[in-house]
Design a protein around this ligand. Structure first.
Ligand code: SF4
Ligand code: SF4
Length: 382
């Protein structure tokens, strides 16, 4: 398949395929040392890149923080038999403390990727109020990025965020960026207003990891498989996303070229949103709407803050998915990543709840939060 749909990526004016090749999961991609590139990693990366481009993907995404990913791509791209201008490259780096350091990091990425220009460059993980404030600092990361852009080293500039909706909205509203990389999925719709605002400001909207962060949908439970049949859960999620107004591309992280087929097949039947998809969505909604936890972490987070830093809405959002769709594996996986004070996946362990009761009067549904948390703990921390 070479005719994958392309969409205008907001004011960048770039035409991007609806699937992006994400390169966070390359073979041995996280093994130390990161400058050692084993032959089997190089061969696998070559196969993944050539398969993705042959499948119609025209955007390859990586990051300074993705282990060996930039280096593997840098070694492989000159040997894929395609001119550099036939595909787009995006990388990301955290906001450096100064413009000078930001520039050094951009130069690092250019060197590792073996290119003279990046089509898209994003500040990685603007998750906190301090990140937002940092954008206004003269001589800070954004100044370095803009200088690199003025020199032609990077094209469109954007940011990625794992932060709360208010932070994401504030950063989008600055108007500083051409595109945004967001978490937004069928099973996590919290960022819908961010997609809408980005769209109103003519920004490109890139969806981060729809199959992993979106529910570990590459290994779905049988119940979910049955509910989304005849589509695979990942295919349904992708069709749902691409049918949303203002979504331009979805990052598909491959560790094996064979994994691409599921996603290509999932795009084929047209239209993306028809009677089949509506029926699946209706089945999912009928089950979800029976749960008292249905709003938690989606439309409601009123119980925060918890003095022990338990991320109550997110715990209940995941427990809701366990109750409704048997998504235990996903819930355990995400709970396992939570750390108090962490700005990527924040949240304390559930045993730290001391039943202080501060959250209780804030809950519009009057839920017995401490007791429900301990029930969730038995499912997430067996
Ligand atoms: S009762 Fe538990 S969850 Fe609620 S605010 Fe207190 S420590 Fe946090
Ligand atoms: S306030 Fe109540 S309904 Fe809202 S997220 Fe917290 S527990 Fe759920």
């Amino acid at each position: 398949m070479t005719g994958m749909e392309r969409r205008r990526f907001g004011k960048s004016g770039l035409s991007v395929s609806v699937l992006t090749l994400g390169t966070m999961r390359l073979l041995h991609g996280w093994d130390a040392p990161h400058d050692h590139l084993p032959d089997d990693s190089l061969q696998s990366t070559h196969a993944i890149v050539t398969t993705a481009l042959a499948g119609g993907i025209n955007l390859i995404e990586t990051a300074r923080g993705y282990g060996k990913s930039e280096r593997l791509l840098g070694r492989v791209l000159p040997h894929i038999g395609r001119p550099r201008e036939s595909y787009l490259l995006m990388t990301k780096a955290p906001p450096a403390p100064t413009a000078r350091e930001m520039r050094l990091w951009i130069d690092d990425s250019l060197t590792r990727l073996g290119v003279s220009r990046l089509d898209l460059f994003a500040l990685h993980g603007l998750n906190l109020e301090s990140h937002y404030q940092g954008l206004r600092v003269k001589g800070g990361a954004l100044s370095g990025l803009r200088q690199a852009q003025a020199e032609g080293l990077v094209g469109a500039i954007g940011f990625s965020s794992h932060g709360s909706l208010p932070i994401v909205l504030k950063i989008i509203a600055t108007g500083y960026f051409d595109f945004v990389n967001l978490h937004y999925y069928r099973f996590r719709r919290t960022n819908h207003p961010a997609v809408a605002l980005a769209n109103a400001l003519d920004m490109g909207v890139f969806i981060i990891s729809p199959n992993d962060k979106g529910g570990r949908l590459y290994e779905p439970p049988e119940k979910l498989r049955q509910l989304t049949a005849p589509l695979a859960p990942a295919q349904f999620n992708e069709r749902w996303l691409l049918a949303q107004s203002g979504v331009h591309t979805l990052s598909i992280g491959l560790s094996d070229p064979k994994q691409l087929a599921l996603h290509l097949e999932g795009l084929r039947p047209a239209p993306l949103w028809g009677a089949t998809e509506q029926a699946i969505d209706g089945r999912l909604e009928a089950i979800a709407s029976r749960s008292v936890l249905q709003d938690c972490g989606q439309d409601c987070s009123a119980c925060l803050p918890c003095p022990k830093e338990i991320h109550i809405p997110e715990i209940f959002r995941m427990d809701h998915l366990v109750h409704c769709f048997d998504m235990d594996l996903f819930a355990r996986y995400r709970y396992g990543m939570m750390r108090p004070g962490d700005h990527w996946v924040p949240g304390a362990r559930l045993e730290s709840c001391d039943r202080c009761g501060e959250c209780l009067p804030r809950c519009p549904r009057g839920l017995p939060i401490p007791g429900l948390l301990q029930e969730a703990r038995q499912r997430m921390d067996p």
